[in-house]
Design a protein around this ligand. Structure first.
Ligand code: MG
Length: 393
């Protein structure tokens, strides 16, 4: 069966985070990093900047560029949130770098939609929830999905239909093939080979004669879209989270806490389904002006108990409340970090937590059977957060 693989890649990642967080940078050429430029906004790329490049050279090419210092924490945080969205869509996610992943969605058709619709949904979710542009390529191999996302940029979606692979690939310049840099491209161009079709027309022996056995075989395979590599999900996730955005407006503390509780329910259900425990509770707040802050607290012991996380998150929310009521709130999120497998820790949970774990399991089971709205935690009705699940009338 043909696989359906997405390659999802954030556009000009570091520079886009800077433009997202500082409206004055939008629409302007932005360079991240002064001595060595690590990243350039699409406006700077349009002026011929290719990273990495020295700051001096970049300023020569683009004298009016705004240079900003890298904020790795902000990038790591944005990346974690984008990967949470990827993992929401499919368990088969292979992170390639901080801003790029392969996602295998083969066979998810009946559940969540086909490749193109999943890709479209991913793009709009990342845009809406994280404020960044994501380009996605959809194809039957990893290689081709990556080519497709690159061709689709900026802010694009490109689907290569099964059976159409070579029609898409062959008219492209050979530089689009994975690993073809200026040296290899030069060797091929010297022989009049410019397009992938030109390489595909050669016999393997001829390519090996030009490039040697390693590169010869590699390019021969790619030019025919032979790439059987699976999406490898070996790397375990470092965080599980969810969030809720809402129109700007003045929320009361009660409303904010109810929203927070709902978000926590979702996160904890996912945590328990994944058989993980979390140790650090991270509260993410976005103010009405779209600036974002996080507040976190690390627990003495890892937990998968909703009530423990609710108490922690509430305390963080209340501590931030003076600032929230001044600045307005437009999004609230919760993430659990410091994840571990739950099997090893189960035995050391104190009795109280075990009882609460029973409540959580009951809530999860009812949600599973009857849907999310069937159980409303007592706190949503203004009672104790440790109350038993209640069926609404
Ligand atoms: Mg990228």
């Amino acid at each position: 069966m043909a696989r359906t693989i997405l390659h999802a890649d954030l556009d000009s990642f570091y520079a886009s985070v800077e433009q997202r967080d500082d409206p004055r940078l939008r629409g302007r050429p932005v360079l991240v990093g002064g001595g060595v430029v690590l990243a350039a906004s699409c406006e700077a790329k349009a002026r011929g900047i290719r990273t990495p490049i020295s700051g001096r050279e970049a300023r020569r090419l683009c004298p009016d560029a705004v240079i900003v210092r890298p904020r790795m924490e902000a990038y790591a945080e944005a990346s974690a949130r984008v990967f949470e969205i990827f993992h929401d869509v499919s368990p088969e996610v292979e992170g390639v770098s901080i801003d790029e992943a392969f996602i295998d969605v083969t066979g998810l058709g009946r559940l969540v939609g086909d490749g193109p619709s999943i890709a479209a949904a991913l793009r709009s979710r990342v845009h809406r929830d994280v404020g960044l542009a994501l380009s996605v390529g959809v194809a039957t191999t990893k290689f081709l999905a990556k080519v497709a996302s690159a061709v689709s940029k900026p802010d694009g979606l490109l689907v290569v239909e099964p059976g159409q692979e070579l029609q898409f690939l062959h008219p492209l310049p050979i530089q689009r093939l994975w690993g073809v840099g200026p040296v290899t491209a030069g060797k091929l161009n010297d022989r009049g080979l410019r397009l992938v079709a030109d390489v595909a027309a050669l016999e393997l022996d001829q390519l090996i004669a030009i490039l040697g056995p390693g590169w010869g075989r590699h390019l021969h395979a790619l030019a025919h879209n032979h790439d059987a590599r699976p999406v490898v999900t070996g790397r375990r996730r470092r965080s599980i989270g969810a969030q809720r955005a809402f129109p700007r407006g003045r929320l009361g503390l009660d409303e904010a806490e109810a929203i927070l509780l709902d978000v926590i329910e979702r996160v904890m259900a996912r945590l328990r389904r994944a058989h993980r425990l979390g140790r650090t509770v991270v509260l993410r707040l976005r103010f009405a002006d779209f600036t974002e802050v996080t507040r976190s607290h690390t627990l003495a012991e890892s937990t998968n108990t909703t009530a423990t996380v609710v108490i922690t998150a509430r305390t963080l929310l209340r501590a931030a409340w003076p600032e929230i009521s001044e600045r307005g709130l437009s999004k609230v999120g919760i993430a659990l970090q410091g994840l571990s497998d739950d099997a090893a820790v189960q035995l050391v949970l104190p009795f109280g937590d075990k009882d609460l774990a029973g409540v959580d399991a009951a809530v999860d089971a009812i949600h599973d059977r009857f849907g999310k709205s069937s159980v409303v935690r007592a706190s949503l009705l203004g009672r104790s957060i440790l109350g038993v699940p209640m069926l609404p009338d």
